[in-house]
Design a protein around this ligand. Sequence first.
Ligand code: GLN
Length: 304
Amino acid sequence: MSINELLESIYQQAALQLGRGEVAQYIPALAEVDANQFGITICDIQGNVHSVGDAQTPFSIQSISKVYSLTLAMQNLGNKVWQRVGMEPSGLPFNSLIQLEQEQGLPRNPFINAGALVVADMIESSYATPSLAIKNFVRTLAANPEIQIDSKVAQSEYDHRARNAAAAYLMKSFGNFNNEVEDVLMNYFSTCAIKMSCVDLAKSFSYLANKGQCVFSNKRILPEQQARQINALMATSGLYDEAGKFAFEVGFPGKSGVGGGIIAIVPGVLSICVWSPALNKTGNSYVGIEALKLLSSHIDWSVY
Ligand code: GLN
């Protein structure tokens, strides 16, 4: 079976689940998205790109952006990043605040919201226009100068920022936040509101499949060891309190977003993006996870 035939058959099977799950409601601008969209793109480290379904449609990348921010923070600060954020799974929903007070404002990992906000604070200190720096970074990674920030989604998130603001102010009270909270929040939301397609996303993550080097620009994005560390964090924390189940059933490092996208990496081989907006109870794409389960059962690649 060719890769395109395999993708087509996975698409047909996973699409039977369309209609299950629910589009994120807590960000009003995201609640308007048509839930029945579904796309898959695979990009191998030779730069070959294969897609099926709505793979060219841009969508809100949301928490997938946390990987780009972490990458830039690691480029700028190296190991100092880990003085302000941990590397342990939280086992709790992405926006939970429970551990944050118990652990004196040190977030468990960079992929829960509290951790991503600390990373956004690091980015705020490094760039004059942080969300533009990230946008330009992803444009280079995806080899697509058309990638944009959806300011309507960013504003909608800012208008409903109470929980993220609570996390940020709590960290500020513990001395783990250096910049103005409201500025960092706006830049964090703008980064989450970047719109990319499955094709853009799968291409932009080629560096994590390719030992830290971007397949499309040939640029070294991170040293090999740091790319491996990000993959490890994605494997343990990329899908929040579903990370264990995802490792068990799919077996790739992955990162999800409440826009319904999931990126998965098969190190040394390829990057995959699946997208379908309706989410399960842990905030991960319902059909997207089904597609990745099918894909991992058909292809004999697992990091385990
Ligand atoms: N922007 C979203 C938030 O902060 C990101 C959450 C996600 O995609 N899991 O709530």
